[in-house]
Design a binder for this molecule. Structure first.
Ligand SMILES: [Zn+2]
Length: 141
């Protein structure tokens, strides 16, 4: 039996606006760090310290946000629930459930009923949702 292994992973789109904001913040933070080094060598220690703090906070925040996004994407990929196909006999009502297979569609005639040798129909194809999605992240849509 061939499993639906070629099923596409759930599309997780990261808002491009958030991505741009992160990149801009990262660039500003790196610039701040570069300026801090420059200020340090110019003997301007106070400015160097302030720029250093700004730079580190910026880099830290970006790293944190990117890490959170990555974690969420990984979690979504793992938790993709399986698709189930329900097959029903129209004559005697015998019902079986199996994993979705490529080419399945509603009202497709599949196996023969084990009880009455009548052709069985696919009556439902659905994704089993075990748990409601938790509070959605503002970074993903
Ligand atoms: Zn039957």
């Amino acid at each position: 039996m061939s499993q639906a292994s070629s099923e596409p992973s759930p599309a997780v789109k990261i808002s491009s606006f958030v991505l741009i904001a992160i990149i801009v913040t990262l660039v500003v933070a790196i610039m701040a760090l570069a300026n801090a080094i420059q200020a340090y060598f110019n003997g301007n220690l106070e400015v160097a310290t302030v720029l250093l703090i700004i730079g580190f906070i910026g880099v830290g925040a970006c790293t944190y946000v990117l890490f959170q996004m990555r974690q969420r994407i990984i979690r979504l990929r793992i938790e993709a629930p399986p698709i189930t196909t329900t097959i029903e006999c129209r004559k005697c009502g015998f019902k079986t459930v199996r994993a979705f297979q490529r080419g399945d569609y509603i009202f497709k005639e599949v196996d023969i009923c084990q009880k009455c040798n009548e052709k069985m129909l696919i009556t439902a194809i659905y994704r089993e949702v075990r748990e409601k999605v938790k509070a959605s992240s503002p970074f993903l849509r």
